[in-house]
Write a protein that binds this ligand. Structure first.
Ligand code: COS
Length: 385
C-alpha cells in the first residue's frame, strides 16, 4: 500500500453537489406545482420549459463555445434526474435535447454544429427520429429514403413515436441513402421544422409522460441543403447507435429520478398514515419494502453515473455499461413506483397523490431508447464479441 487510497473517487465532486441543490430547488419551485395538471391535461409543460431555458438547464450538455453551459455527462444526468424526481414529462425537455443533438456533436460538421447548437442553447428543442412503425427494435429496417438531388437531399417517408415531435425545431433524422447496403446505407440528417415537405402528425394518446408530445413525422419530397447531412453518407446508423450509447444513461437518470421521487413521497406518507393504532412505518413489512426500494435506487444511480462518467471520458466500448445502466435503472423505477403505489394503498391508486403518475411514467423508461429486451441483446453481444 502506498499512501491513502483515493476515497473521493466514489463521491460526486463539490460542483455536482451544488448543481444538484440548484436544480432540485428550481424543480420543486417551478416544475412540481404543475406536474399533476400537465399530466391530467396532457399538455406541454410550458412553465417547466420557461424555467429550464431561463436557467440553462434545458440543454446543459451544449458546449460553451456554442453558447451552452458545457455541462459534463454526469452533470447532465443529475439535471435530468432532479427534474424527473418531480415531473418525468418535463425531464424529457433536457433528455431529448441531448438525444436530438448528440449525433451532430459526435459526427457533424463544424458548419452544421454552429447553426444548430447555438439555437438549441437559446431554447429551441431538438428531437431524434430513428423509429418507424415497422422498424422499432429492428431499426435498420427503416424505409424512409433520402436521395441527393443537386445540392439538396430529398427525404420521403415517415418516422414514428418521436418524443417532443411538433415542439422541436430540429430533428436528427435517419434515412436510407443506399438501399442495397443495409445498415451501411443509412445516413443521418438535421431537418428543421419549417423545411418544405416536413409535417407533424397527430399526437399519440399515452399511458404516461403525457406532458411530452409524441408524434409521427412525415417527409414528402422534403428538400434540405446538402450541408445538413451529419458525417458521411452511409455512416448514419453508426451515428445513431453511438448516440444511444451516450444517451441511454440519461434515460437511466430519468428512471432514477422517477424512482427517487416515488420513494420520497412514500417515506413521507408511511410516517403519517396510521392503521392498527400506529404509523404504518412502524411495521416491519413496510420497512423491508422501503429498504428494498432505496437499495435498488442507490445501485441504479451508481450505475448511471458510472456509465455517464465513462462516456464523458470518451471511453470506447460504452455499449454494455450504457445498456446495463438504462435497463437496471428503468426496471428499478418500475418496481419502486409499483411498490410506492402499494404502500399508499387505496390512496395510491387515485390521482390525488403523485405515485400513480410516477408508476405510469416509469413504464416508458423500460421501452424507449431501446426496449429492455434490446438492452439485453446489446449487453450479451458486448459480452460475447
Ligand atoms: N456504436 C457504433 N457502431 C455500432 C454500434 C455502436 N454501439 N453497434 C453496432 N454498430 C455498428 C456495427 O458494427 C455494424 O457496422 P459494420 O457493418 O461496419 O460492422 C453496424 O453498426 C450495424 O450493426 P448490427 O449489424 O449489429 O445491426 P443490427 O441491425 O443487428 O442492429 C441493434 C443491432 C439491435 C443493436 C440495433 O438495431 C438497436 O440498437 N436497436 C434498437 C434501436 C433503438 O434503441 N430504438 C429506440 C429508438 S430511440 S427512442
Amino acid at each position: 500500500m502506498h499512501g491513502r487510497p483515493e476515497f473521493d473517487l466514489y463521491s460526486l465532486p463539490e460542483e455536482h453537489l451544488a448543481l444538484r441543490e440548484a436544480i432540485r430547488s428550481l424543480a420543486e419551485k417551478d416544475i412540481e406545482p404543475y406536474a399533476a395538471e400537465v399530466d391530467e391535461d396532457a399538455r406541454f409543460p410550458a412553465e417547466a420549459h420557461r424555467a429550464l431555458v431561463g436557467s440553462g438547464f434545458h440543454a446543459p450538455h451544449v458546449p460553451d463555445v456554442y453558447g451552452g453551459e458545457g455541462a459534463d455527462a454526469v452533470a447532465t444526468c443529475i439535471v435530468i434526474e432532479e427534474i424527473a424526481r418531480v415531473c418525468a414529462s418535463s425531464s424529457l425537455i433536457t433528455a431529448v435535447n441531448k438525444l436530438g443533438t448528440m449525433g451532430l456533436m459526435l459526427d457533424g460538421s463544424e458548419e452544421l454544429k454552429s447553426v444548430v447548437l447555438p439555437d438549441v442553447a437559446r431554447g429551441a428543442l431538438a428531437s431524434y427520429a430513428l423509429s418507424e412503425r415497422e422498424a422499432g427494435s429492428d431499426a435498420a429496417a427503416m424505409r424512409t429514403r433520402a436521395r441527393l438531388d443537386g445540392d439538396h437531399w430529398v427525404l420521403n417517408g415517415a418516422k414514428a413515436w418521436i418524443t417532443n415531435g411538433g415542439e422541436s425545431t430540429w430533428y436528427t433524422v435517419m434515412a436510407v441513402t443506399d438501399a442495397a447496403a443495409g445498415p451501411r446505407g443509412i445516413s443521418a440528417f438535421m431537418v428543421r421544422s419549417d423545411d418544405h415537405g416536413f409535417t407533424v402528425g397527430p399526437l399519440e394518446r399515452k399511458l404516461g409522460i403525457k406532458g411530452s408530445p409524441t408524434a409521427e413525422l412525415y417527409f414528402e419530397d422534403c428538400a434540405i441543403p446538402s450541408s445538413r447531412i451529419i458525417g458521411e453518407p452511409g455512416d448514419g446508423f453508426k451515428t445513431a447507435l453511438r448516440t444511444l450509447d451516450h444517451t441511454r444513461p440519461t434515460i437511466g437518470a430519468q428512471a432514477v429520478g422517477i424512482a427517487q421521487g416515488a420513494l420520497d413521497k412514500t417515506i413521507q406518507y408511511v410516517k403519517e398514515r396510521r392503521q392498527f393504532g400506529s404509523a404504518i412505518s412502524g411495521f416491519q413489512g413496510v420497512q423491508f419494502m422501503l429498504a428494498d426500494m432505496a437499495m435498488k435506487v442507490e445501485a441504479a444511480r451508481a450505475m448511471v453515473y458510472t456509465a455517464a462518467a465513462r462516456a464523458e471520458r470518451g471511453e470506447n466500448g460504452l455499449s454494455f455499461i450504457s445498456a446495463a445502466a438504462k435497463c437496471f435503472a428503468s426496471d428499478t423505477a418500475m418496481q419502486v413506483t409499483t411498490d410506492a403505489v402499494q404502500l399508499f394503498g387505496g390512496a395510491g391508486y387515485t390521482r390525488d397523490f403523485p405515485v400513480e403518475r410516477m408508476m405510469r411514467d416509469a413504464k416508458i423508461t423500460q421501452i424507449y431508447e431501446g426496449t429492455n429486451q434490446i438492452q439485453r441483446v446489446v449487453m450479451a453481444r458486448a459480452l460475447l464479441q
